[in-house]
Design a protein around this ligand. Structure first.
Ligand code: HEC
Length: 386
């Protein structure tokens, strides 16, 4: 007979918080899609007119951006907690573990495609940087790069962001958690209700950040000098940490640090349950209930005092891990004045500098975009590399 003793702890709720925030992300996304025009000439204008014309529209757009950041932060904590809880040792968890790892690439792809949608200079920079980034992969790189440059259109990017990636994400989440919840008596409703309540502080933080730290893409009325831009945190920029190595290293090393290493860590994480297959028996599968209650059970043979001390240590580490996305946000935003792009690339500098070039994929007319090092330097130090 299974005795399920639920152990409540703040650390265990971040996966559910991510689910709730994803639902909100979906709803705000539907709203934004109603106004967006996936067209090179119209995209920026459509985003700006929503942003300027409708107060609630601006707030929803900025909420969509901050939601994306908090989803990332919640996932980071959730992964740390799952590692500490050693969910990978529980063979019954392996589907959840596997789908959890597989969820990370589509979530990051959502960030990347979302970054490109507004099609101002930052979006254009990013669109050119993605093929450079994947192009540095050994062997497959050049083909991948040519394909991405060839295949990119704003409407395809929009379809990927608003349809394909959300569907993939939903399917994986279904295997990851919804399938497990459906088997429980309380079901999905209780789970959603419980986590919605726990997510209230996140709602408040996101709503406030969306008001006080909005998107800095607007062409300012008084155009600043390159170094006069305001340093506003842009919550989607943490992804730049994957591109940083391309500033300081040559192709093979940069590709290793920016792609090889993160990918290896992800693959090892995903495969953990398979490395440890043998050790399940020792933990006695019979006593462990179906995930995710498994470790909420009081485990026989453990002294309570010890659990408490370990718990405090784990909590500290998890708080530290939770602070990491905020550190990334600070580090990646601090150097580049967020209005820096507009200070040189604005309409008063003429059409050439005002709008992303029409020949944006043509590396013969704009050879600099092929130079990853120049591109990343120009992002962080545009006043130096131009
Ligand atoms: C100090 C002024 C200045 C700032 C600030 C600036 N740029 Fe540039 N940027 C230039 C100039 C000048 C060029 C053209 C370089 C050339 O073609 O020789 C350029 C070129 C580019 C290019 C290459 C495409 C092309 O037409 O050559 C991209 C992409 C780009 N900038 C993106 C950005 C982004 C994104 C930002 C903000 C992070 C930014 N720039 C900030 C001056 C600036």
């Amino acid at each position: 007979m299974k005795t399920k003793i639920e152990r409540y702890h703040w650390r265990h709720y971040f996966g559910g918080v991510a689910v709730i925030l994803l639902i909100l992300q979906f709803l705000t996304g539907i709203f934004l899609a109603l106004f967006y025009q996936p067209d090179l000439q119209q995209a920026y204008a459509s985003v700006q007119s929503l942003y300027r014309g409708l107060n609630i529209g601006a707030w929803i757009r900025d909420s969509h951006r901050w939601l994306a950041f908090f989803i990332f932060a919640a996932i980071v904590v959730h992964v740390a907690r799952s590692l500490f809880r050693k969910d990978f040792l529980n063979y019954q968890c392996r589907i959840s573990w596997l789908t959890g790892g597989l969820l990370i690439p589509p979530i990051l792809a959502l960030l990347v495609t979302g970054f490109i949608l507004p099609w101002e200079w930052k979006a254009y920079w990013f669109m050119e940087m993605v093929p450079n980034y994947l192009g540095s992969v050994p062997l497959a790189g050049p083909v991948l790069k040519a394909f991405l440059i060839d295949a990119f259109t704003l409407s395809r990017n929009f379809v990927a962001h608003a349809v394909i990636l959300p569907v993939i994400t939903y399917i994986l989440i279904d295997f990851h958690i919804l399938a497990v919840l459906r088997k429980r008596k309380a079901g999905i409703g209780k789970y959603i209700a419980k986590h919605a309540v726990i997510s209230v502080p996140f709602f408040v933080a996101i709503a406030a950040l969306a008001i006080y730290i909005p998107m800095p893409t607007e062409d300012p009325d008084v155009i600043p000098m390159p170094l006069e831009g305001t340093y506003l945190p842009a919550p989607e920029w943490y992804i730049l940490f994957l591109l940083r190595p391309f500033m300081s290293f040559e192709a093979p090393m940069a590709a290793f640090l920016g792609i090889g290493l993160p990918l290896t860590v992800l693959i090892i994480l995903i495969l953990l349950p398979f490395f440890f297959r043998g050790s399940n028996k020792r933990r006695g599968d019979a006593e462990i209930g179906s995930w995710p209650y498994s470790s909420l059970l009081s485990r026989p043979g453990r002294k309570h005092g010890k659990i408490k001390l370990a718990g405090v240590v784990v909590s500290f580490v998890i708080v530290f891990v939770a602070a990491m996305p905020f550190g990334l946000l600070y580090v990646e935003t601090r150097e580049s004045p967020t209005l820096g792009c507009n200070s040189c690339h604005n309409v008063s500098m003429g059409a050439r500098m005002g709008t992303p070039p029409k020949a944006f994929k043509d590396r013969n007319t704009t050879p600099l975009v092929d130079d990853s090092q120049w591109m990343v330097e120009h992002w962080f130090y545009p006043q130096v590399a131009w």
